[in-house]
Design a protein around this ligand. Structure first.
Ligand code: PEP
Ligand code: MN
Length: 351
């Protein structure tokens, strides 16, 4: 249920509503808009009598949220959610570019790639250190040693770090090192992990499961939001279909559909959604044209030596070309690439 406050509601009236919501054993989630405050009363589905709130002072209207996801819905928050990531606004007018290797492999590979993507215009660095591999015999990632390398790359380039968390027990360690916790496609419905990243209050990049519907993706985001963690980015990364000419099928529709259904930022991963470097730039252009708030792209200095996903990784010069092209597309649809943070923001606090 959504309790929509009057535009002139006072802080005291808002507090009274929040206390009433909590007194009923429900959770109150406050969304402060430009004009008015909306209070989401979220509970276990038992009916709540709207008249109890209608009669309170400062309340304008009380509406049910008809969708199964509440806090993620545009009904709850009509304006886009945005948040700063090391000085770069995610979910705002500017398109945000996250780039880097599939896996952190060694110091020179990571640092060379990090400098190259920074040079080309990326806003954040990706790189997996705990890797969800289909085979237990494939490279599983460098673990904590890889986190230390990511931190060194951040110190040198100023780029915030995005990396995947696979287990709840890793969260405490990872939040000390990284800026954004990625939940991979294979873990999109790992509810214990979703609760735990929600509790961490750390920014989360949530990837769509390979057989998940858009609604299931939003329900997964709802787990994170239900802990009051609002810094969630949704990522379309291709779904399984009968088509075998590409690794996955890019669901380009998901971008405008999600933008309509939710206020959360939506980005696309053209690397995993195609599985082939030669299609990555085309699909990246399509994503920005379709309204994506950003891209996450795999880049490797020597793709032929990559320990994972070399075939879908762009060389740095090809990534630089992608940046130029998506910049032009962004301008054509009334956007631009996100502005970089001021140099003073770039020396990230030591961890
Ligand atoms: C990745 O980002 O390297 C990854 C494993 O992605 P996904 O979870 O989308 O397969
Ligand atoms: Mn990968």
């Amino acid at each position: 249920m959504m309790i929509i406050m009057r535009t002139d509601a006072t802080a005291r009236e808002i507090t009274a509503v929040v206390e009433r919501v909590e007194g009923m054993g429900l959770r109150a989630h406050i969304s402060t808009g430009e004009e008015r405050t909306v209070i989401g009363a979220i509970g276990d589905g038992r009916p709540v009598y709207k008249d109890q709130f209608m009669l309170m002072s400062g309340v304008d209207r009380v509406l049910p949220i008809s969708r199964p996801y509440k806090l993620a819905s545009r009904e709850f928050r009509p304006q886009n959610s945005t948040f700063p990531l090391n000085g770069v606004q995610v979910g705002g007018a500017g398109v945000v570019l996250i780039a880097g290797p599939c896996s952190v492999e060694n110091r020179s590979q990571l640092l060379e790639t990090a400098h190259a993507v920074r040079e080309a215009g990326a806003h954040a660095l990706r790189g997996g250190v705990f890797k969800p591999r289909t085979s237990p015999y494939s490279f599983q990632g460098l673990g904590e040693e890889g986190l230390e390398l990511l931190v060194e790359a951040r110190q040198q380039t100023g780029l915030p770090i995005v990396t995947e968390v696979m287990r709840e027990e890793q969260i405490a360690l990872m939040t000390r090192y990284v800026d954004v916790l990625q939940i991979g496609a294979r873990n999109m419905q790992n509810y214990a992990l979703l609760h735990a990243v929600g509790e961490s209050q750390h920014p989360v990049l949530l990837k769509r499961g390979m057989s998940a519907t858009v609604e299931e993706l939003l329900m997964a985001a709802e787990y994170i939001l239900s802990h009051g963690n609002r810094r969630v980015i949704l990522c379309e990364r291709g779904i399984r279909t009968f088509e075998t000419s590409t690794r996955n099928t890019t669901d380009i529709n998901a971008i405008p559909v999600l933008k309509e259904m939710t206020h959360l930022p939506v980005i696309l991963d053209p690397s995993h959604s195609t599985g082939n470097w030669s299609y990555v730039t085309s699909v990246a252009r399509a994503a920005v044209a379709a309204g994506a708030d950003g891209l996450i792209v795999e880049v490797h200095v020597r793709p032929d030596e990559a320990m994972s996903d070399g075939g879908q990784s762009l060389k740095p010069e090809r990534f630089a070309e992608l940046v130029r092209q998506v910049g032009a597309i962004a301008e054509a649809v009334g956007r631009s690439l996100a502005k970089h943070s001021a140099p003073s923001d770039q020396s990230h606090a030591a961890h």
